[in-house]
Design a protein. Structure first.
Length: 245
């Protein structure tokens, strides 16, 4: 059950949010929805893959966090935040916050403004512990400013994503990928249903197509996806280390 309300410094002066990640808060996810606006940071830590919920539907990008249901190999209680990585996907780090829209005036054709909402029923919302949202004088705390930036990453990324993925399809840069490997226990793992960048196709793109990708700002995002695939080996190492403990 959720209870979304508009965040403000009067009703929520004493509201705090626990900035910690663990299974008890529902953070044991094997993948996280991610957005092109964070690819350059994500590539340093996670494999970035594409998926489709419907074969005829649109692509969505995910950061792979584990190889089984409810397995997040980046959760580590020994770390201050419970998350063992330099960057946390925005869709997870945002916690109980989300962007809403409201009009500041009475005009129906007026573009609505983006505002921050909070789910007061979220398990990370507290009055006793966690990060302060507002300063004593009413201004936003550094934590809330950080979360607002992450929400903007999601908002801008959700606008950019369909345009970017359509460009990849038009240039035939997407191909299915099967991830197969054997664990230290001799158990075999096989993941299907994901897509990645076709590196051979990328290497043979006509010059005009590369220029088009560069001018649109998409080329760095394509290479971020390519480079991120090396993190699959790191993720396998995390899995093997967890099995040895």
């Amino acid at each position: 059950m959720t209870r979304h309300v508009l965040l403000n410094n009067i009703d929520h002066q004493d509201t705090r949010v626990i900035h910690y990640f663990s299974p008890e808060f529902g953070d044991n996810l094997h993948s996280a929805l991610v957005f092109p606006t964070e690819f350059t940071e994500l590539q340093k830590e996670y494999p970035i893959l594409l998926r489709k919920d419907d074969p005829q539907g649109a692509y969505q990008a995910i950061a792979l966090l584990g190889f089984a249901a409810a397995e997040n190999l980046y959760l580590n209680k020994e770390h201050a935040t419970g998350w063992d990585a330099r960057y946390i996907p925005a869709s997870i780090e945002k916690g109980p916050f989300l962007i809403g829209f409201q009009r500041s005036g009475a005009l129906q054709d007026e573009k609505p403004d983006a505002v921050v909402h909070i789910d007061m029923a979220h398990p990370k919302v507290s009055s006793a512990q966690g990060q302060q949202l507002f300063l004593a004088q009413g201004g936003n705390s550094p934590y809330l400013e950080h979360i607002s930036a992450r929400l903007d990453t999601i908002h801008q990324g959700s606008v950019l994503a369909p345009v970017f993925y359509k460009a990849l399809e038009q240039l035939e840069l997407v191909e299915p990928v099967t991830i197969e490997f054997t664990l230290c226990t001799s158990e075999k793992v096989r993941l299907t249903g994901n897509y990645c960048i076709n590196e051979q196709r990328l290497a043979t793109l006509p010059a005009e197509a590369l220029v088009q990708l560069q001018q649109s700002g998409f080329l760095p995002l394509v290479y971020a996806m390519v480079f991120s695939m090396s993190n699959i080996r790191h993720l396998i190492d995390r899995k093997n280390n967890s099995l040895r403990q």
